[in-house]
Design a protein around this ligand. Structure first.
Ligand SMILES: [Zn+2]
Ligand SMILES: [Zn+2]
Length: 279
């Protein structure tokens, strides 16, 4: 039995609906799925219902953007109470930061004589957590760029003229926010962000696990992070980071996390809730 614990829908920058994503999970014979849309838990209710219909175990989650020692890193939250009021109010703040960033990027593009309309980006994104992929897609759709890659290379990548830095919370704040909503906090794709030197501080802040298996991790990278989880006694997760059809073909099913790791996550959540009852 296998799981995929890193997935996106059109509630952030993925292209699949929760129902389409669950159907792909079923096609790939996955026993458990987690939804980890950026800065939102909106898709979790529909995804939970779709997974139930498909006979798949569902874990409600999110992916938060944070910062540690000046580096951007992503923190996955699992087994979240999606009604938690502080989580929801913080998420609303992150979403307005995202929307303002889109406005700023479009303003910069306009200054560069790329006549993209901000309303076209919001209409295409059609979600509360818009991001750079939506800007790139809107540029292609309006005939202002030949491809998504071209849009990123010329304008949107870090350091390019229309790139706008993101306002981020600290990693410690992200971990605490996830914990107070009953969840486990996991460092996403560390191999992508090269944040090894930050791991001791994250562990100190209460990090529960590391995403050792990811589409962009080589076997060597995965083994490296498995060793680190051993060293710090952290949980192990993994997922495809599937964004639907945005990268040509869906990635779901390409990274298969053995289900035993899901069991360990569930034991950790159960221990956490017993501890909080005794507090
Ligand atoms: Zn990420
Ligand atoms: Zn992701």
């Amino acid at each position: 039995m296998y799981a995929d614990l890193h997935l996106h829908t059109f509630f952030s920058d993925g292209t699949f609906s929760p129902e389409e994503l669950a159907a792909h999970g079923q096609k790939n014979h996955l026993a458990a799925l987690a939804l980890t849309d950026h800065d939102t838990v909106e898709g979790c209710a529909r995804m939970g219902a779709a997974c139930q219909t498909a006979g798949i175990e569902f874990i409600p989650g999110t992916e938060l953007t944070a910062e540690q020692d000046g580096n951007e890193l992503h923190i996955l939250g699992y087994f979240l109470d999606t009604q938690n009021s502080r989580l929801l109010s913080e998420i609303t703040k992150f979403q307005s930061v995202r929307q303002n960033r889109i406005r700023e990027m479009v303003a910069r593009l306009n200054e560069l004589d790329v006549p993209l309309k901000v309303d076209d980006v919001f209409a295409l994104a059609n979600c509360r957590s818009p991001g750079r992929p939506h800007v790139a897609r809107a540029m292609v759709k309006a005939g202002l760029s030949g491809s998504l890659d071209e849009a990123f290379e010329r304008y949107l990548k870090k350091g390019r003229p229309a790139w706008v830095p993101k306002m981020k919370m600290s990693a410690g704040e992200g971990i605490e926010l996830i914990h107070q909503a009953g969840g486990l906090a996991v460092l996403a794709h560390p191999g992508l962000n090269r944040t090894d030197e930050s791991i001791p501080a994250l562990v100190e802040a209460g990090l529960d696990g590391i995403e050792c298996f990811h589409t962009k991790h080589s076997t060597t990278t995965s083994e490296h992070y498995l060793e680190i989880t051993d060293q710090y006694n952290l949980l192990v997760t993994g997922g495809s980071d599937c964004h639907g059809m945005s990268k040509g073909k869906p990635l779901i099913g390409t990274v298969k996390l053995p289900y035993t790791h899901v069991e360990k996550l569930k034991e950790a959540v159960a221990r956490r809730s017993v501890e909080s009852l005794n507090r």
